[in-house]
Write a protein that binds this ligand. Structure first.
Ligand code: XMP
Length: 552
């Protein structure tokens, strides 16, 4: 789509997606490809530069992940990072050895600012190291351009051949000016002009969707989450009424969520598409009645969802295309690196419907990261409150009500959750007023201010747009416990609500967020006063592991 592409060659490091994101923050389009991808295939994309990532192995191991020497001789600038730096040295005749101790954490590096990589940076610069092996001898033709107390070669270059390597991690925020180093590489050394913008992405996608779909019809399961909503908005711009969105309200959504989704995408909303809302609450409640085992609940919700969706699809008749909101991390995580079609098991659907026939799949967001999806959503006119929604599980409140689900319990958890979200939002607004953030300041992006704050990224926290205690996900759940209380002169015997709030980067591990006590107290007091059937509120302090984020 954009001729100026950087390819991140993936050696299995944990920060690979972060590298790609940082490159895109420099307004340069970027893709990730496995190190196993044959060089010819990489070159077909005509990349302006290659970045070799970190990785878990050692170049000296048998069967180590390596690349061909030819990769460094193609004339395309290459930057090796961490393990990628060692690969470059090893393949080109340098030497990599195991150190006595692993170097891990923040350390001070000296930078040779006459190197194009470090142009405009201070000579003393804190960096983030994470390595066991180190470069003990550089490959012929290289010169060292950075060192630390423990690492003689923290960066090296061979500018005549366009080869650069850095032992530390410029992509993580602990490395100060890290994005500027990547900016120097992609914009100055590779010569990318920085023309990649969300607008051009949207225009390009609209054109390619039109080309692919022709006069065909497209069906999309809209959940009201960020990804499917942005996919809907983009498809609507491209093909209007050729798109039909089916929104299944399973009765386990947050308070008023069904109406909010309808207000945005329904007939009175601003998008040009066919919107079908299926109010299937009773069906779901019926099937869930008497069921208390968590996995069985999930299974029933997933199956019923598919069934409803299939029934609607049947009513619509033949469709040529099924669309999904698959995003780039879904593609990369499945290990296919964009080389073949990935079928995301739709969170709400638990797999693609089997009885809906379609010719092809359309995944208009499969090149975007989450914050880019959000940015596209804003550009396409989706309201901010939807675009910045926190993650919400497909089975919805079904996994936030412990034990059997009843309509009355759904009401309790919906109301408690709405109060909790309101109180957290108020506390955030107050914090913002007091701390007057400067949203445009971002010294670490090579001067790029064309960015939308991304609520679930640590670095935004550092920039001060949300309070330091801001959870990545928070919600109320209904425990299955009833206890005695007193209200007025009356004895009560009611349910207990659990408030959950977690801080996490990837949702694989999480810690309880430290929401200020006064916010929790206000929330507790409002829940007990306003939600009939609840007389006690707990705060869940459990981290993950051993707990999970959701309660079931
Ligand atoms: P757990 O409870 O597994 O949650 O620690 C991790 C993250 O995943 C979300 N989650 C789900 N999302 N379908 C989803 O789409 C599910 O069945 C599901 N279960 C958990 C959860 O909200 C959290 O963000």
């Amino acid at each position: 789509m954009d001729p100026e592409t950087i390819i991140v060659v993936d050696f299995g490091g944990q920060y690979n997606q972060l590298i790609a994101r940082r490159v895109r923050e420099c307004n340069v389009y970027c893709e990730i490809a496995s190190y196993r991808t044959p060089l010819e295939k990489l070159l077909e994309k005509k990349p302006k530069g290659l970045i070799l990532t970190g990785g878990p192995s050692s170049v000296n191991e048998e069967n180590a992940a390596l690349c061909e020497r030819k990769l460094f001789e193609s004339g395309i600038p290459v930057l090796g990072l961490c393990y990628g730096a060692q690969v470059m040295m090893h393949v080109l005749g340098g030497e990599v050895r195991q150190a006595d101790n692993r170097e891990y954490g923040r350390t001070q590096a000296w930078l040779d600012t006459s190197s194009p990589l470090f142009e405009g940076l201070p000579e003393d610069n804190p960096v983030w190291m994470s390595h066991f092996d180190y470069i003990s001898r550089m490959a012929p033709g290289f010169q060292s351009v950075s060192h630390t107390d423990n690492t003689p070669v923290a960066a090296a270059q061979c500018p005549q051949k366009g080869l650069y390597c850095i032992q530390f991690h410029p992509e993580v925020l602990h490395t100060e000016n890290g994005t500027k180093m990547l900016f120097n590489f992609v914009r100055n050394i590779c010569g990318c002009s920085g023309s990649w913008r969300m607008d051009s992405f949207i225009e390009g996608s609209v054109e390619s969707i039109r080309g692919k779909v022709g006069n065909g019809r497209v069906l999309l399961a809209l959940s009201g989450g960020v990804d499917s909503s942005v996919a809907a908005a983009l498809l609507s711009r491209a093909i209007g009424k050729q798109l039909t969105c089916v929104f299944v309200d399973h009765g386990l959504l947050r308070k008023d969520e069904g109406d909010e989704v309808e207000a945005i995408f329904g007939e009175k909303g601003k998008f040009d598409l066919n919107f079908i809302r299926v109010n299937a609450q009773d069906r779901f409640y019926d099937r869930l009645s008497g069921v208390s085992e968590p996995e069985q609940k999930r299974k029933i919700i997933g199956e019923e969802f598919i069934r409803v969706f299939e029934e609607e699809a049947k009513k619509i008749g033949a469709v040529e295309f099924l669309a999904q909101g698959t995003i780039y991390p879904d593609v990369v995580e499945s290990g296919l690196g964009g080389e073949s079609v990935v079928i995301k098991s739709h969170h709400n659907v638990g797999g693609l419907p089997k009885n809906v026939e379609f010719k092809d799949l359309i995944e208009p967001l499969r090149d975007l990261f989450k914050d880019e999806v959000r940015k596209a959503g804003l550009k396409l006119g989706i309201p901010e409150r939807l675009v910045f929604r926190q993650p919400f599980p497909g089975p919805g409140l079904g996994v936030r009500i412990i034990g059997e689900i009843t309509p009355d319990k759904v009401r309790m958890v919906q109301e408690a959750d709405a109060i909790y979200r309101e109180e957290v939002a108020k506390a955030c607004d107050l914090w913002r007023e007091e701390n007057a953030p400067d949203h445009t300041r971002d010294a670490d992006t090579g001067g790029n201010t064309d960015r939308i704050p991304d609520a679930d990224e640590l670095f935004i926290r550092n920039r001060g747009s949300v309070p330091p205690w801001m959870p990545d996900q928070y919600f109320a759940a209904l425990t299955n416990m009833r206890s005695v209380g007193v209200m007025g002169d009356e004895r009560t015997y009611d349910y207990a609500v659990a408030l959950r709030a977690v801080r996490t980067v990837d949702f694989m591990t999480a810690d309880a967020a430290e929401i200020p006590f006064e916010v929790l107290k206000r929330t507790m007091s409002r829940i007990i006063n306003e939600v009939r059937g609840v007389n006690r509120v707990f705060y869940d302090l459990t981290s993950k592991p051993p707990g999970t984020v959701e309660l079931e």
